[in-house]
Design a protein around this ligand. Structure first.
Ligand SMILES: Cc1ncc(COP(=O)(O)O)c(C=O)c1O
Length: 353
């Protein structure tokens, strides 16, 4: 790995033209990643793109993700979307299995279980999900950080409760990986979409987890890219899947992976702990400006009158509305002036303190 860099240095790699408080919707690419994605597409147009280069960017992205969350690269599968990997897990569960989920979680963590006939899906409030684990639960599937409002799952309590009752845990860290330190080696499965806090384009996703459990998941969508030797797996039987998590790989959307590898490498150089400190400092500055106590999330959700997000956007501040509230998210490219700009515009519109 190349030398580490601090947040101020990393921020210079980004070029937003607005005050961007919307990473919970999609992350911004650092310059090198943006350029790499465009270069791959330019190479394709010119007929110069090579599959060897594309294999290399997938390997770089897999390695950087593995180091970022602290798992071996052989335990990381790559795919396009969260719901695909959650669907694999749903198809592995036996008929009659019970899946405990958080009410109002993001649907990519819910629908694959609800759509699989024969499973029992039990929604409970996020706050009591650890207490709701009992001997009837086979799997708990939950987002580490809620998309709608940034609430954190009680991960330690959940891991302990699941262990005590013999349940498995699937954590969706799409709104967490990249800024929140995660218990990646203590949950059974961890799925992460790449296009938010990991700063990738859409079309990249990772699944990691316990080695034996990964080996049990059915490779229901296996193709050539899941083969033991990718370029010797193009034609004909017999089935010859990779011996590690690559057996669950889906063939990569090349340009997306070209655009993701340098972004993951930048995050790795900054380090999750530094990003965590920075993002919480920005979120807490925002909270303080609104009269709120400090929090534990890089996503802050506040009630606002209708039209507030549009007003912000007219003034160059980009945030989202989710579940009827304004959702602002703060990442390594956010600076104090961004927070203050949003606060100025929100001054008479938010009354939460
Ligand atoms: C927690 C969570 N999981 C997954 C996704 C995206 O799902 P998919 O990759 O299936 O589009 C999002 C998007 O907002 C999310 O917040």
């Amino acid at each position: 790995m190349t030398a580490s860099i601090d947040i101020d240095r990393a921020r210079r790699e980004f070029a937003p033209q607005v005050t961007y408080l919307n990473t919970a919707a999609y992350g911004l690419p650092p310059r090198a990643a943006h350029e790499a994605m465009l270069a791959a597409e330019r190479d394709r147009a010119a007929g110069r793109m090579t599959t060897g280069q594309m294999d290399e960017v997938v390997a770089r992205a897999r390695g950087a993700f593995a180091r970022l969350v602290g798992v071996p690269a052989e335990r990381v599968a790559i795919g396009p979307q969260v719901s695909y990997f959650v669907g694999l897990v749903a198809s592995w569960l036996p008929d009659g299995a019970t899946v405990l989920v958080a009410e109002e979680d993001f649907t990519s963590v819910l629908f694959p279980f609800a759509a699989r006939p024969g499973l029992r899906v039990r929604p409970v409030p996020l706050e009591s999900i650890a207490e709701a684990v009992d001997g009837t639960v086979d799997l708990v599937a939950v987002s580490a950080v809620q998309s709608a409002d940034g609430r954190l799952a009680p991960m330690e309590d959940l891991i302990e409760a699941a262990r005590a009752h013999g349940a498995r845990v699937l954590l969706d860290a799409t709104q967490a990986a990249g800024w929140l330190p995660l218990p990646a080696d203590r949950v059974d499965l961890l799925v992460v979409g790449g296009y938010k806090w990991l700063l990738g384009p859409r079309g990249t996703c990772f699944l990691t987890g316990d080695r034996e459990l990964l080996a049990q998941l059915p490779a229901v969508a296996a193709g050539w890219y899941a083969g033991a030797q990718v370029w010797e797996s193009l034609y004909g039987l017999p089935l010859r899947l990779a011996g590690d998590a690559r057996r669950l790989d889906m063939s990569p959307a090349w340009q997306s992976w070209a655009g993701h590898a340098p972004a993951l490498e930048l995050l790795e150089r900054v380090g999750v702990d530094a990003v965590h400190r920075h993002n919480l400092a920005m979120a807490d500055r925002f909270r303080a400006g609104l009269g709120l106590e400090p929090g534990d999330s890089a996503i802050v959700s506040v009630p606002v009158p209708e039209g507030t997000a549009e007003l912000l956007r007219e003034h160059g501040v980009v945030a989202s509305v989710r579940a009827g509230r304004l959702r602002c998210s703060f990442h390594l490219y956010t600076e104090e002036a961004d927070v203050d700009r949003a606060l100025e515009l929100l001054a008479d519109r938010v009354t939460v303190g």
